[in-house]
Structure formats: structure tokens, C-alpha cells
Design a binder for this molecule. Structure first.
Ligand code: ZN
Length: 659
């Protein structure tokens, strides 16, 4: 890394003095930074999948140097000038569209990083960035400290209803403290099961109160996030205004697919309006069930998860365990590959490559002419040395080199259970969906035809559109004609019974109205907070601050469920105040609309026997996957779908069909 960093730095110095042409300036800079990022990508990958003490030490030793290099690159005004010179030169007009896009992206990122600010404003801009970074860090530390500060040890009379594994963990936690009984806390693996399963209503109420008031004025003053929220909003607004935008929401949307805060707000309100009748129905059913079957009346916030779980279990009696028997690994992989081969007109075959673990497999993708177009590693099982979750990473990106096309390579990583007792690994339906999701990201990376690395595959794709291909692939896991070919009972060999599949579909849409409104509430709150919030407007009437006032207003507009007045949700809304989702929380729903609507073209063009239409697949490959970040996602979507996105398909897939 030391050597690569030195080489990259000298390439940057050379680029600063080079002629402002693609050949002399952009190309060498890309070559040098690619060498660095590819090598570091491998280190990061190993850090994620094979974390040993020695590797971790080496990784942590290099990380600050690598981060510093990229920060300097983003602030390098000589490079910014050079890009501007190239943009203004006669060469720019003749560049291929992908290269023009790359150039635009580079200039945009410099501008959003403050490169164009007059010298006298730069110190203020830098001070804002620094203060925001430390406020965000403090915000999440406060949430973490407040979360960890609470625990409760209870006796046997209060644990009824809780599952075995949860109790075992709670027992162990109490034992660690040398206490009898069961210890619960506010971390998700303990908190969620209590809310879902604990028959003791007062226990649920206590944990709910503790969780809903974290990092607020009800706890330790030094952990109260209320003043931080106001300060963060104030600074974000100032930051946006320095860069020439009216508010932070406008600034946040510049590199995204959504154009204006108003467009996002209209989108959310429209969706809320359509989901509302279904949410009201969900709630009425839940209230009636809770009253008659559980004796819970009125239904309180700490009863919601509990009553929902009881209703779900009563209505759709099947278990993950039962479904899992039908999804052995070989059948699932073969089914997924078969689908992709038919849809995108490619051939996938197992190949060999050096890898980091004996569990890892390696595959080639060829086009119909037999040319190698992409390769991927697949690492399916959980290991102690692998971080949690599932993810796709690009190992090598496609680009044209003097020697020819550089074939892209992807890593697909999951945390599924490994084969046991001589049988193949068995996947839950959720795991199958996860696999399709990650493979969707992988195909976006691998089936690109773009020849410039910066906009090939998922590179340069707008943040609120990057989940389109992945969520799109998930839809096939709910397609009977696809699914039945990927199932085979591990003992009996029979395919998934249709009746079980129908129950799975029904359970998928359980309370989708309520879930939709909840996401919209958060997204609308976030967007209005960053577009309308006025830090200069007087003292808030609400004890929880001005942000909470706005949240109340949003709830009056879109929510069917109102939490207790003492709920301090904003104080632990880390996505928005400590993460990258500020004026971006809407993107969850946004991407879902895009992927559902894209998928609806497959539903319209379905073959008579219900099989997905290959011509539509080829169109998806050409208009979405192949073009990657080389043109705006909105254009790619229109080219594929033939019109603007519509929310209808998402509503239909969620079981929300107007009567
Ligand atoms: Zn994803």
C-alpha cells in the first residue's frame, strides 16, 4: 500500500502539470487510482471475509493513509481546474457520452465539496464540515450510550411467551453478572423478541418507554440529542446556502435521481394517500383481534408487535423451518442461474480461481458468442471471520485498456448456514431472496458494456437508483413459474406445494399498509425537516424541540397510529442525524417503486405458461444493466419501461389493490 500510495501521488502530481486532454490527464490519473483502489479493494474484501488479528492490524495501519489520499484528491484544486479546462476545450464536445458523464460527475463532486467557493468563505465551509462530523459522531455515541445504560433482570414469573433461544441468551447475560434470573436490554436481539413475544404487558411497556425516550430530555442531560438535532439542521442549512442552494434537501438531491424536494414530497404524499385505506383496515383488524383474542383494549404502542405476531401466527400457520426443506443449495443456485441465462442470454459455468477459503466457488459468464464477459466469486456460508449480512463488491471493473477489454469480476458474500449431516445447505425463503438481491447487484456490475471504469456497472449510478437491479431480481422469488423449478424437498424430492406458496405470498403482504405508512412517515419527516425547517423561527412550543413539532404535524397528516406524546423518535433517528440518509430516507420507497414498476413489464409480457419473457429480459439487460452509470437513471428507466415510473405495481405487489 505504501508503494501504491506513493505511485498514485506522483501520478496526481504529473496530472496537475499535464495537458488538459483525456489522453494526457484523465487516463493516467484513472490508471494510477485504479491500481490503488483495486489493491485496497482486495484488502478490504479480506478484512470483511477473513478477519484475522494480523490482517486487521495491517488494515487499520493502512486505512488512515488511504482515506487521506482520497480526501486530498477530492480537495485538489489544481485537478479541479484541469477538469474545467478539459470541459471548456473543443475535445469535450467530441467525447463519448460515457466520458462526458464522467467529466460532469467529477466537476459536480468538486463543486459539492466546496471547490468553487471564494477564498474568504472556505474556512467557514471547512469549519461547518468539521463540526457536522463531530456532531454526527456525538449523536450516535449518545444513542449508543443511552441504549447500553439500561438493562433489567427479571424472575421466572415475567418470562412467559419468550422463545427458547432468547431466554438462553438472557439467562447467560444475567449469569455473567452473577445474578439469578433473565437479563434484557435495549439492543435489538433482546428488545425485539420482548416486544414480539413477552406475555407480560408491563415488561413490554417498560422496555418500550426506555427505548422510545433514549437520548432525550428524560435521560441523562449529557446524552440528550435535542440540542444536537437543532444544531445539525442549522449547520446543514448554512452549508447548503454557502454552496448556492436554498436548503439542505436541494443540495442532497443534486447527485440523486429525484430532482426536487417537492417532487419527493408529492411522491410520498401520493403513496400515503393510496396506502391509507389498507393501513386503516390493517389497524382495525389488529385492534379487533387484540380486544377479543388477547384482551388488550385499548391497543397501546407496546402491544403492537406482540398482537401482530399473534395474529400473523394464527393466520398463516407455517414456519421458516418447514419452507426451508424445499430450498437446498444446488437446486436454488441452478434455478437462479437458469433464470439469468434465459433472461439475459448468457451462459454461466463453474470455473476455478485462487480464493480465500475452501467454501468459495468461482464462475464465468459468457455471451452467446462464447466470449468471456464477467466472472464472480460466491462465498455463501457464515464464518466466524466474516462480517454479518450479505453484500456484493466489485473486485475488478470493466474498462477498455490498450490490450483490450478488462473483464469485470464480482464478489458475492452471504451468511447462510452451511451444509450439515451430509445433506446440502438449506436456505430459508428470505435467504433465497437475499441471494437474488445480491446477484442483481452483481449482474449490474458484470453485464455492463461501458468502457470507462468511473461509470461502468454500479459506478456512478445515483444513490437512490442503485437498488433497482437488486430489488428487481427479488421479484422472481415470488413468481410461481420460477420458484417451482428451484425447489426440491431435501428428503422427499417433491417440489414446493402450491398451497404453501400461496400462504407465503399472503404472509408477505401481512400489514403492508401499516408498514408502508410508517416508512412514509419517516421519509416525509426527513424531507420536510431538511427543506422547510427554519432554525431561526422562535422557540419551539414542544418540550422535545422544533423537530418533534414537525414530526407531530407529519403524523397528523399521514399516520394512522400515533405513539405516546413522550415518544422521542427523532432523538435516536441515526439514519438521518448520524448516517448518510439525510434528505435521503425516501430512497427506500423510491427504489422499491422503480424495481416493482420495472418488473411489471415482465408481468405484462409473461408467456402463456407464466414463464418470464426473454425479450423483456434482454431489454432490461440492454437499457438498465448494460448502461450502468453512463446516463441518468431516469433516462434508463424510461428507455426500458417506455414511460415515467408509476407506483401502481408496488401497491399491487404489496396486496394494496384499490377496491
Ligand atoms: Zn442492495
Amino acid at each position: 500500500m505504501t508503494q501504491l500510495l506513493a505511485e498514485a501521488r506522483s501520478a496526481v502530481h504529473a496530472a496537475e502539470r499535464a495537458r488538459a486532454t483525456w489522453q494526457d490527464f484523465v487516463q493516467p490519473l484513472e490508471d494510477a487510482t485504479e491500481r490503488l483502489s483495486r489493491a485496497w479493494g482486495q484488502v478490504e474484501h479480506l478484512h470483511g471475509v477473513l478477519d484475522s488479528p494480523a490482517l486487521r492490524e495491517a488494515y487499520n495501519a493502512s486505512l488512515p493513509h488511504v482515506t487521506q489520499f482520497w480526501t486530498e484528491l477530492g480537495q485538489n484544486l489544481r485537478l479541479f481546474e484541469k477538469y474545467r479546462e478539459l470541459q471548456a476545450s473543443p475535445e469535450a464536445a467530441g467525447l463519448a457520452p460515457a466520458r462526458r458523464k464522467l467529466l460532469e460527475n467529477a466537476l459536480r463532486d468538486f463543486r459539492l465539496g466546496g471547490a468553487e467557493l471564494p477564498a474568504e468563505l472556505k474556512p467557514r465551509y471547512a469549519a461547518i464540515q468539521e463540526e457536522l462530523a463531530s456532531l454526527s459522531a456525538k449523536f450516535s455515541e449518545n444513542v449508543l450510550d443511552a441504549t447500553n445504560a439500561f438493562s433489567l433482570v427479571v424472575g421466572e414469573e415475567r418470562i412467559a411467551g419468550l422463545p427458547e433461544d432468547v431466554l438462553a441468551a438472557a439467562r447467560e447475560a444475567a449469569e455473567k453478572d452473577g445474578k439469578p434470573g433473565w437479563k434484557f436490554n435495549l439492543q435489538m436481539p433482546s428488545y425485539l423478541p420482548v416486544m414480539q413475544y413477552a406475555d407480560d404487558r408491563a415488561l413490554r411497556e417498560t422496555l418500550y418507554w426506555e427505548s422510545a425516550t433514549r437520548a432525550s430530555e428524560f435521560g441523562k442531560p449529557e446524552w440528550d440529542n435535542t440540542p444536537l438535532i437543532e444544531r445539525i439542521l442549522r449547520l446543514r442549512k448554512e452549508d447548503a446556502q454557502l454552496l448556492g442552494y436554498a436548503n439542505f434537501a436541494q443540495l442532497s438531491l443534486v447527485p440523486k435521481m429525484a430532482q426536487t424536494p417537492e417532487q419527493v414530497i408529492d411522491f410520498l404524499r401520493d403513496l400515503a394517500h393510496r396506502a391509507r385505506p389498507f393501513a386503516e383496515r390493517d389497524l382495525a383488524e389488529l385492534r379487533a383481534f387484540a380486544r377479543t383474542e388477547l384482551g388488550l383494549d385499548p391497543l397501546q404502542s407496546w402491544d403492537l408487535a406482540y398482537a401482530s405476531e399473534k395474529l400473523r401466527a394464527q393466520r398463516y400457520a407455517f414456519s421458516d423451518q418447514e419452507v426451508k426443506q424445499y430450498f437446498p443449495e444446488p437446486q436454488v443456485l441452478a434455478g437462479m442461474f437458469q433464470l439469468v441465462q434465459t433472461l439475459y442470454q448468457v451462459a454461466i459455468s463453474e470455473s476455478a480461481a485462487e480464493s480465500w477459503h475452501a467454501d468459495v466457488r468461482f464462475f464465468d459468464i459468457r455471451n452467446l458468442r462464447g466470449e468471456l464477459i464477467g466472472r464472480f466469486f460466491i462465498d455463501l456460508y457464515a464464518r466466524e471471520t466474516k462480517r454479518g449480512g450479505a453484500w456484493m463488491d466489485g473486485a475488478i471493473s470493466r474498462r477498455r485498456r490498450e490490450s483490450g477489454i478488462q473483464v469485470p469480476v464480482a464478489y458475492l458474500n452471504c451468511n447462510f448456514s452451511r451444509p450439515i449431516g451430509g445433506k446440502p445447505a438449506l436456505f430459508t425463503h428470505d435467504e433465497v431472496i437475499t441471494l437474488f438481491h445480491e446477484f442483481g447487484h452483481g449482474l449490474h456490475h458484470l453485464l455492463t458494456r461501458v468502457e470507462d471504469l468511473g461509470v461502468a456497472g454500479i459506478n456512478g449510478v445515483e444513490w437512490d437508483a442503485v437498488e433497482l437491479p437488486s430489488q428487481f431480481m427479488e421479484n422472481f422469488c415470488w413468481e410461481w413459474q420460477v420458484l417451482k423449478h428451484m425447489t426440491r424437498h431435501v428428503d422427499t424430492g417433491e417440489a414446493l406445494p402450491r398451497a404453501l406458496f400461496d400462504r407465503m405470498v399472503a404472509a408477505k403482504n401481512f400489514q403492508s399498509g401499516l408498514a408502508t405508512l410508517r416508512q412514509i412517515e419517516f421519509a416525509l419527516f426527513d424531507m420536510r425537516l431538511h427543506s422547510e425547517f427554519d432554525p431561526a423561527a422562535g422557540r419551539p412550543a414542544h418540550a422535545g424541540g422544533a423537530a418533534l413539532e414537525l414530526l407531530d404535524e407529519v403524523r397528523r397528516e399521514v399516520a394512522v397510529l400515533t405513539p405516546p406524546a413522550w415518544n422521542r423518535f427523532p432523538n435516536s433517528f441515526s439514519h438521518v442525524f448520524a448516517g448518510g440518509y439525510a434528505a435521503g430516507y425516501y430512497s427506500y420507497k423510491w427504489a422499491e417503486v422503480l424495481s416493482a414498476d420495472a418488473y411489471s413489464l415482465f408481468e405484462e409480457n409473461r408467456a402463456e405458461d407464466g414463464a418470464p419473457d426473454p425479450a423483456t429480459g434482454v431489454r432490461f439487460r440492454d437499457e438498465i444493466l448494460a448502461v450502468g452509470g453512463s446516463r441518468p437513471a431516469a433516462e434508463s428507466f424510461r428507455a426500458f419501461r417506455g414511460r415515467e415510473p408509476s407506483v401502481d405495481a408496488l401497491l399491487r405487489h404489496s396486496g394494496m389493490i384499490p377496491a
